[in-house]
Write a protein that binds this ligand. Structure first.
Ligand code: FES
Length: 89
């Protein structure tokens, strides 16, 4: 059994799996985790993993923590729009 701890913005998770676990942060997005069968969050809630690769939220705004639900893209698009609006003034 392999277990690694991962610190993400504001909290941490433990990724647990039967063999090697690989993680890869995406630019301004989630942490991709390969090889985990469980992800345990700070509250001790145990989330079963049923896919070869899962995306763990790193921005803290997901409505389905610990998983990324794409909310980071909406916030980035909103921020870009605000910057464009300011530049247009
Ligand atoms: S990284 Fe947080 S919602 Fe995607």
């Amino acid at each position: 059994m392999t277990q690694i701890g991962v610190d993400v913005d504001g909290y941490s998770v433990r990724c647990i799996g039967p063999a090697t676990i690989e993680t890869m942060p995406t630019p301004d997005g989630p942490l991709l985790v390969r090889g985990a069968t469980r992800v345990v969050d700070d509250d001790g809630d145990d989330h079963r993993v049923q896919r070869p690769v899962v995306a763990v939220c790193r921005c803290g705004t997901s409505t389905r923590p610990p998983w990324c639900d794409g909310m980071h893209k909406l916030l980035q698009n909103r921020d870009r729009q605000r910057q464009n609006d300011r530049a247009d003034r």
